[in-house]
Structure formats: structure tokens, C-alpha cells
Design a protein around this ligand. Structure first.
Ligand SMILES: C[S@@+](CC[C@H](N)C(=O)[O-])C[C@H]1O[C@@H](n2cnc3c(N)ncnc32)[C@H](O)[C@@H]1O
Length: 495
């Protein structure tokens, strides 16, 4: 059945320009992915099933699920609800649904709803035992009707894909299951916070599937989206573990890697509800090792912030030489081997003091680069900034291509900055950050939620670095490793 529907879809694709499909968010699931998605359901032992496929397209996902149901002896009848708004595909969709009706051995009836899946349901009802979907991926304005109707899951820039997911959760019956293929972006970041809170409250994540070579999901379609498959169950959480599977790409499901991961490692807590996308034992170990730390920068009254000055907007206020009326302005280029090298003779290294909104106290900071390249071996690249190295200035400024960590009310002491450096320059924290965020950018929101030792612990690490005067990654790793082992022993003794 599926081969037939895919061939029909290919014919449709030949007649439709990609630019048009991109505009409406129409990209079709491949055969292998669709089969795999259908295989994830733990089918209830029922004779009749109500199934929902929102944004049905040509019904590829529905067909994959029907193929699966054909193998289940208990199924006697299926009612399918489809939502689809694109006029150009409606004929093909109807044709395909009729084809399914004629091909399956159980009773099959369907309802095609040619309405906007989000806005046509003012009060969504729990109508489905199973939901399967590949929703449109498209950013929409904050005031678009879809977003204003789904305010409970919107916290910033909305995207149709997570509004579809939330609506489908609402359409699921208690105990029902949802399998969706969606971008990875919702798993971290502030914009998706309200959605994550909703998802965690209403469902249990049972299975996550990741594609290791991140960009190959819609190979034929050349859509560069980092995607994942999730399986959710609408019931209170009873599982302590999540299954995470992975394949190299979406066209090769012959070689699937599976790991079972303690849920508490992968799905954060109330303050930090990220989903950590790990695909191997080594990454699970990274999460496990740092799980002994229960603080965050926020809980330690510290914060990572982004540098204050957008240098190209301030050209006329930047100067090449120091005067009484300007202050040092630190750029990412001044971060060198863990220390600050200043000046380096680049243009505009000093900022006019009249730009008072762009000035900050000259105090101790840890500077962390905001942008790194894929080729660079580390995402977290930091340097120690000490106020004493610039004794002539009460204030300084920072370029917005670097982040800085400061203490909110008090100043960071020298051992504290060294201690933070030890953490941020270690291999373990670099790996942790990569799990948290797949991009090359270092975001404050995520760093502010990373696990941190106590303040005393940070000072202890800093003193070790100061004593040896060694800022190498290797030394930071050794000092942190020793400290973690001691911590693990201490917590064993307590328990
Ligand atoms: C990414 S495609 C996936 C199609 C199909 N489910 C598949 O997996 O091959 C999303 C589909 O949703 C449809 N769509 C977009 N916005 C919609 C809306 N607001 N309500 C219903 N369908 C919508 C598009 O026309 C498109 O066919």
C-alpha cells in the first residue's frame, strides 16, 4: 500500500513547485520513516480505533499505520480523521483514502476536514486513540490567529509545528498515543518553555528517535531541518526510563541503535525543563557525572549575560587609542588561551564614556565566546578577566559577540573566576553544552541552567588552578575529575 501512495505522491510533487510547498509547509514523510513511526505505537487491544492524522498531505503516515494495523488480528474497524487545507492535494488525498478503503481487510471509514486544524477547533475534544503526524514547520506571527488561540503554549515566536503537537495532545484520549516527526528546537530554549510545560504535564515521553547526521530527514526535499520523532502517551508518568533510538539518516532504518536512559537525566526538572538528546552511552555518562551538582548559575546568584555593545552600530564612538574619556572595550578576539590580551592593536578598542548605557563595572568576570565555528574543537571557549589587570578604569565595555558571567549583587572573587574557568574549560562541560544545544552559538539561557557545584566547590577548584597556574584543558579536566570523584564519595556516604 505504502509504495503505491508514495508513487502517487511523487507524481504530485512533479507538478508542484517547491517554493510553493515551502510557503505552505508541505513536505512529505519518506517511506522508511513513515513505517518506523507507525511501528512505535503500542497498540491497544481494541476492536475499533479512532485515528487522527492532522496535516494529512497525501496520507503517507495514515497508510503506514494501516499497514501496521493489517497485521493486528484484533482490529475490526478504523475511523480516520484527516485535516488538510491545501486545495492542490485534496483530490489526491481523497483518491488515496478510497484506495486504502479498498485495500484493507478491516472496515475503514474516514472524515476529511478541509479546515485549519488549529483555528477550526475552538474547544478541542479528546477524539483519538492514536495520532500520527508530520505537521507544517513554519514560523507565524505572534498575533496570527493560530497563536492567539493557543496562548497557553506560546511564549515568544510561535511555530505551527508545536501548535499542531499541542492541539493533537488535546485531541488524544486518556491513555492514547501520539507519534510525531518534528524539529528538535522545542527541546531547549526559552521560546518553547510554555509548550514544554504543557507537554510534560499532559503526557509522558516514551520514545525519542534521533537522526545522527542531523540534516538528512527530508533528503529528497532538501529541507535542512534538524528533526526528531517523538512518541507520547497521554497518561500520568509511570516510567522511569525513556527509550532513545537513533539511525544515521532517515533512509536507513536497518541499523537502529537503542539506549534506555533514566528519565530524570533526560527530562529536566521544574526549573529546567529541557530534553537532553543523547544518542550513546558516552553522552549519558556526561549527564550522569554532572547530575551530582544541584546548583545552577542562577541559584548561585550569578548570571551569564551577553556583551553590551554592538560594535558596528557604535563606530563613531569607538576609538583606537586610550584617552581620559574612553574605556577598554573587549571583543571576542581579546580572549586568548584562557586569558585576556589587550590591547591587540585592532581598530576601535576603546569606547567613549558618554555611551553610559553600554558601560559595565570593571570587576572580575569570566568571558565566554558567543560564536564558534563547526571546525573548532570546543563550543565553550572562555577567558579569565581580572579587574586588577586594568586598574585605571572604573568601567569597561564588552562586545555582544562575547558573553560574561558576573555575580548579581557582589563581586566575583579571583578564586571564583578561576573556579568557573575550570568548569567552562573542561571537556565535560563542553560535551554537556553540546548535548544541550546542537548549534555553534553559546546561549545564556542554556548556560544559566547548567549544573554547577556549590560556591565553596567553585572556590576550591579555582584555588587549585591558581596554585598551579595552569589553565590547560587537561589540568581543568584533572581537577574537576578529582572533585567529582570526591563529591560522588561524599554523596554515597550521605545516602
Ligand atoms: C509537512 S506536511 C506533511 C504531510 C503528510 N502528513 C506527510 O507526512 O507526508 C504538512 C501538511 O499540513 C498541511 N497544512 C498546513 N497548514 C495546515 C493547517 N493549518 N491545517 C491543516 N493542514 C495544514 C499542508 O498542506 C501539508 O500537506
Amino acid at each position: 500500500m505504502l509504495d503505491y501512495i508514495i508513487n502517487k505522491t511523487m507524481e504530485y510533487l512533479d507538478g508542484m513547485p517547491k517554493t510553493k510547498r515551502k510557503k505552505i509547509g508541505q513536505f512529505f514523510t519518506g517511506l522508511e520513516t513513515a513505517r518506523f513511526m507507525a511501528s512505535l505505537f503500542s497498540l491497544p487491544k481494541k476492536e475499533h480505533l479512532d485515528i487522527l492524522d492532522p496535516g494529512t498531505g497525501s496520507a503517507i503516515l495514515t497508510v503506514a499505520l494501516m499497514e501496521r494495523l493489517e497485521q493486528e488480528a484484533t482490529i475490526k474497524s478504523v475511523s480516520l480523521i484527516c485535516y488538510e487545507t491545501e486545495p492542490a492535494i485534496l483530490d489526491l488525498l481523497k483518491e488515496n483514502l478510497e484506495y486504502i478503503k479498498s485495500a484493507v481487510s478491516f472496515e475503514f471509514n474516514y472524515k476529511m476536514i478541509i479546515k485549519n486544524y488549529i483555528t477550526s477547533q475552538q474547544k478541542p475534544l479528546p477524539i483519538a486513540d492514536l495520532v500520527i503526524g508530520n505537521p507544517p514547520y513554519r514560523k507565524i506571527p505572534r498575533l496570527a490567529e493560530e497563536a492567539t488561540m493557543m496562548e497557553h503554549v506560546v511564549y515568544g515566536a510561535p511555530n505551527l509545528y508545536f501548535l499542531f503537537t499541542a492541539k493533537s495532545i488535546e485531541n488524544l484520549r486518556d491513555g492514547g498515543e501520539l507519534v510525531y516527526i518534528i524539529p528538535r528546537s522545542w527541546t531547549s530554549g526559552a521560546y518553547f518553555k510554555a509548550f514544554r510545560t504543557f507537554l510534560f504535564k499532559e503526557t509522558t515521553i516514551e520514545h525519542i528517535h534521533l537522526f545522527v547526521s542531523r540534516d538528512k530527514v527530508f533528503e529528497n526535499e532538501a529541507v535542512l531541518q534538524e528533526t526528531m520523532i517523538i512518541k507520547l502517551k497521554k497518561q500520568a508518568n509511570q516510567l522511569n526510563e525513556i527509550v532513545i533510538s537513533s539511525t544515521e539518516s532517515s533512509s536507513d532504518f536497518n541499523n537502529i541503535q537503542y539506549i534506555r536512559v533514566p528519565k530524570k537525566l533526560v527530562v529536566g526538572n521544574d526549573d529546567n525543563q529541557y530534553v537532553y538528546l543523547v544518542t550513546n552511552k558516552e553522552e549519558v555518562d556526561v549527564l550522569e557525572r554532572l547530575s551530582v551538582f544541584h546548583n545552577t548559575l542562577s541559584s548561585l546568584d550569578m548570571k551569564m549575560k551577553t556583551g553590551l555593545t554592538v560594535d558596528f552600530r557604535e563606530r563613531e564612538h569607538l576609538m583606537d587609542e586610550p584617552t581620559n574619556d574612553n574605556v577598554p572595550m573587549f571583543f571576542a578576539q581579546h580572549l586568548q588561551d584562557g586569558r585576556i590580551t589587550f590591547p591587540i592593536g585592532k581598530h576601535g578598542e576603546y569606547l567613549d564614556t558618554r555611551k553610559s548605557a553600554l558601560l559595565q563595572m570593571n570587576t572580575n568576570y569570566l568571558f565566554v565566546k558567543r560564536f564558534t565555528t563547526k571546525e573548532e574543537s570546543r563550543r565553550l571557549q572562555s577567558s579569565i578577566y581580572l579587574q586588577d589587570d586594568f586598574p585605571d578604569h572604573k568601567q569597561i565595555s564588552t562586545q555582544n559577540k562575547l558573553n560574561f558571567i558576573a555575580r548579581n549583587k557582589k563581586e566575583l572573587t579571583k578564586p571564583m573566576v578561576y573556579g568557573l574557568y575550570c568548569l567552562f574549560n573542561s571537556t565535560l562541560y563542553d560535551k554537556y553544552y553540546r548535548i544541550l544545544n546542537g548549534s555553534t552559538q553559546v546561549n545564556s539561557t542554556e548556560v544559566n541552567t547548567m549544573p554547577m557545584p556549590t560556591l565553596d566547590g567553585i572556590v576550591f577548584l579555582g584555588e587549585r588552578l591558581l596554585k598551579e597556574n595552569d589553565l590547560s584543558e587537561k589540568y581543568c579536566d584533572d581537577v574537576l575529575e578529582e572533585y567529582l570523584n570526591d563529591e560522588a564519595r561524599r554523596s554515597e556516604r550521605v545516602s
